[in-house]
Structure formats: C-alpha cells, structure tokens
Design a protein around this ligand. Sequence first.
Ligand code: NAD
Length: 429
Amino acid sequence: MLRTDPNPPTVPTTARDVSVFGDGIAYFNEAAELLQLERSMRAILTHPSRQIIFSIPFQRDSGEFEVYTGYRVQYNFARGPVKGGIRYHPGVTLDEVTALAFWMTWKCAVVDLPFGGAKGGVTCDPSKLSDSELERITRRYAAELVEVVGPDKDVPAPDVGTNSKTMAWFMDTYSMHMRQTVPGVVTGKPLAIGGSKGRVEATGRGVTIIAMDEMENMKIKPSQTKVIIQGFGNVGMWAARLFAQRGCKIVGISDVTGAYYNPKGIDLDKAIELAEKDHNLAAFRGGDKISNAELLVSECDVLVPAALERVLTSENAPNIKAKLVVEGANGPTTPDADHILNERGITVIPDIMANAGGVTVSYFEWVQDKMGYFWKLNEVNERLEDTLITNFHELRAIANRHRIPYRTAAYMVAIDRVVQSLKLRGVYA
Ligand code: NAD
C-alpha cells in the first residue's frame, strides 16, 4: 500500500531559510515575475503533484532488521510522464527530494523533452551497505512504488549513490510485479538489458559541451583554461575526463574525502584508477590536499560544482576566482550567492541547462526501449550535442535580448513551456 505524507512540511515561498526547495522557489519567482505569470499558474507550479513517503524495512547481512525512509516526489505531469533520479545519501529529506523533482520539471522543459519532473531517494549511507543489502533496499523501494511508476507514468534513473546496477534491480522488481519484462520503467540501465550507449557519461559530456560553447562565446581558449571540479562521481569524473580530452587543464578535484589542488595539472589517469578501485580519492597523492571549502575559492578559470546542493553560498561567492561556473550538480548555488556572482560578472550556467545531458540521453534510452531498436554511440552523442546546443543558444538569445543571467532565461523558457501545456490541457478541477 502507498502512504502519502499526512503532514507535508510547509512549502516556503521565499528562499530566506535553509530549504533547498526554497532556493528553487526563489529562482522560480524571479522568472515568474518577468513573465508576469498569473497567480493561479504560480500556485499550481509551486506545489508538487504528489509526495510519497514510505518505510523500507530490510534485513542486514547480520540478520538484524532496520527501517529506512524512502521518498518519491512527482512534481508536475503537464508535459508527460515524470522523470528523475533516485538518490541514496544520508542527507536525503522530503525537502531535498521535492526540490530535485521541481528542478527536473524545468530541466526537462529547458531541453524540450516530453517529460515532467520527479525525484526519489532513500535516507541511507550506501558506502556502509553491502551489495546484497543495497539490492534488498532497492527491491523494497521499487515494490512500494509499483502502482505509480512505469514507462508512461514515472521513469526513475540513477543519481547520487545509485548506478546502473541499482536500475537493473529496480527494473527486475517492477517486471516481476508486472509479469513481463519492462525495460522502459527506468533509464541508466546496463546495456545488456535495454540501456543506451553513451548514458553513463552523458551528464559529464553535457557539462563539457555547454562549457566549451560558452568558453568560445567568452573567447576563452581551452588550452589556456584551468578547471576545478568538485565531486568525482559519475558527473565529476566524466566531466574531468572530457575537459582534459578537449585540451583544458584540470587543476583541482575533490570528493567526500577531501580536495586536491595542483596548478601544474592533476594526474587524471591516477585519480580515475583510484576512484574506480577504492570508490574514493583518499589515497590520491597528486596534489596539495586541501578542504572542499578551499577548493571552491582556488585559482581557476572554470569551476564545476558536481557534488551536492548549496555549496556556493553568500560566504564563498565573493571569493570565487573562476570566470565561468558550470553547475554539474543540482542546486549547488544559493540564490544569495547567485546574485553575488552575477554582480561580480561571473557567468553561471544553471544546473537545469548545464547538467541536462543526463536526462536527454535518458530520454533517448526510453525512446530506444519503446522502439526495441538501439542506436550507435555516435548517433546518441550527435543527438545529445544537437539538443543541448540548440536549446542553449535559445537561452543565450533570450539572456542577451533581456540582459538577464542564463538562470533567469532558463527558468523563463522552461516555465513558459510548462504553462503552455497546462493551458492547452486545462486544469481538471
Ligand atoms: P555520485 O554519487 O556518482 O558522485 C557524487 C560525488 O560527490 C562523489 O565523488 C562524492 O564523494 C562527492 N561528494 C559527496 N559529498 C561531498 C561533499 N560534501 N563535498 C565534496 N564532494 C562530495 O553522484 P553523481 O551522479 O555524480 O551526481 C552528482 C551531482 O550531479 C548531484 O547533484 C546530482 O543530482 C547531479 N546530477 C547527476 C546526474 C547523473 O546523471 N548522474 C544528472 C544530473 C545531475
């Protein structure tokens, strides 16, 4: 049985507290004001369609039972089935999942995908759980959501702390309940069971495609560009690889264990080898060990926060050295920090555009699963580049025309697209 939170926390309408959803609402309000959006539309779009909270009892390998909390927030269905990742992290809360679902709504609209936004999560520390424990948690999580997910309802994907293996367990559990194999219920699956070529690296690839395009616009040459990347997981590691392939110098990287800075350039092969072997960078010796806080304000041209939200704040924004910030993570910049960066003339490419490569290739995976016909890697990558660049250039034209930051332009485009769908469909009230 599904249980819905009987007392959902009050949704903040301003971003003056520590709510991540509050950050999102503040960005939304700014764009809604410029669009002169009606009150009724604002009311609908600042409320999630559905928030689901449930218990996940599971057995530890020791035989003991523990109970974790699972969430799925389906934010808005106006443009199609909802789409969004599943996060396994100790910091997962309803507020965070709601904010992430909210951002997925705008992200899908910014790149014009026929999806609404969703997000899910389990409050747990996957680094302290065995594979079999993670499998039991995932299967129970999927089973709790059987009625509300599906290729035409809600299509999860990986996020922080989850990966293609998690998606395979989710797909199998759902398929068992349906009594048939349903590959399209999740994206980010292994290739052998309906995954798409190019999906693993798609978010990092998208980050670099957008960054390179903006660097060209700003007349910054890759060969003279120093890049710092916070977070060395799926997004950060792939972004680092692809920035380096395009001739940039990676001078700083980090993960949950700390940060490493080397003005001569980080030995990426060594870092990737460690991250793949140990799942962290603790043993990395190729640079000065500094804190994550110090890394963000270290010397560089391009800064890519690719870990978690709220890392660029009013405290460190005055000291950021980068000329360009490309948001690989979702919600890494608080609204106060965003204003400071804008005033300082630092260009910020917002999450809903910069990291949309992942959901774009997830969409391609969903399409391929529906067709039962799979594309070559170069087809995936070409379509990805085309989708991102076409939509990014549209944002640039709007940003230039109205003299507004990319973030505001992105929200304006996204809100406008969702509102068009809402108005055409009408509100069933
Ligand atoms: P991941 O779990 O693969 O990696 C997260 C990385 O961040 C790890 O290296 C971890 O050690 C590091 N990290 C965690 N806490 C940290 C801290 N306090 N300081 C510094 N580093 C820390 O996750 P991911 O999939 O790479 O996601 C990273 C971000 O990108 C998240 O905000 C996620 O929502 C966003 N994102 C991911 C995708 C995707 O396709 N995976 C798509 C769009 C956006």
